[in-house]
Design a protein around this ligand. Structure first.
Ligand code: G16
Ligand code: MG
Length: 220
């Protein structure tokens, strides 16, 4: 195999951001301040611990480490209630087709997500067995924009970073992919993800012809 693909999870395969939003909003309200969809944008692709720090900054709330730990646990428990109700119908447009296309072309793919819940989410939407490897929030020490998550992904694919293509919806993820010297494809707002090598609104735009052109590009 000359190329491999690394997928981000939230915002690329499924939209779990809406559930993170509901769970973080409940915590903010409990602490006495509002948390908006615009605030939630700041948390996309960001680790759980860092997300709490950003949220507390928005509310100008200071907490002991013990309280922070307690709220991280309760937020996740609340979030998981939504995740347990997820099914394959929540796979984002184009994602299943793209995996089929990659299968047809004999191209392997792994997950490269910040989420510690990634294996559970993939199982909920029946995609877990299709990935040859999962790199998630449990297996990395440095969060995106550090390239670690994608470099481990390349190792799982047994490929050099230059042979990997990354699909990402967050700026930190595009930065991580670029730092890893991989081909970065921004999924979502073109202006926000302007540092990506290629941009699409969603995965329905990715054709078999485009993937083949990447193979040619990487081989030469
Ligand atoms: C996802 C979300 C982030 C979330 C992070 C950690 O990242 O985009 O908002 O904070 O995972 O999630 P968890 O609390 O489940 O460990 P990604 O990298 O899949 O976009
Ligand atoms: Mg994401």
């Amino acid at each position: 195999n000359k190329i491999g693909v690394i997928f981000d999870l939230d915002g690329v395969i499924v939209d779990t951001a809406k559930y993170h939003f509901l769970a973080w909003k409940e915590l903010a309200n409990h602490l006495g301040f509002e948390f908006t969809e615009a605030h939630n944008e700041l948390l996309k692709g960001v680790s759980r611990v860092r997300s709490l720090e950003i949220l507390l900054g928005i509310g100008k709330v200071e907490l002991s480490d013990e309280k922070k730990q307690e709220f991280l646990v309760s937020k996740n428990e609340h979030y998981l209630q939504y995740i347990h109700k997820m099914g394959p119908e929540e796979i984002l447009p184009g994602a299943s087709n793209l995996l089929d296309t990659l299968d047809d072309l004999g191209i392997q793919y792994v997950l490269g997500s910040a989420s510690k819940n990634a294996p559970l989410i993939l199982k909920q939407v029946n995609l877990f067995d299709r990935f040859v490897g999962i790199v998630d929030g449990n297996s990395v020490s440095k969060a995106k924009p550090d390239p670690e998550v994608f470099l481990i992904g390349a190792e799982k694919l047994k490929l050099k970073p230059e042979q990997c293509v990354v699909f990402e919806d967050a700026i930190a993820g595009i930065d991580a992919a670029n730092a890893a010297h991989m081909i970065s494809i921004g999924v979502g707002d073109k202006e926000t993800l302007s540092k990506a090598d290629f941009n699409v609104e969603d995965l329905t735009e990715i054709t078999s012809g485009f993937i083949k052109s990447l193979i040619t590009k990487i081989e030469t």
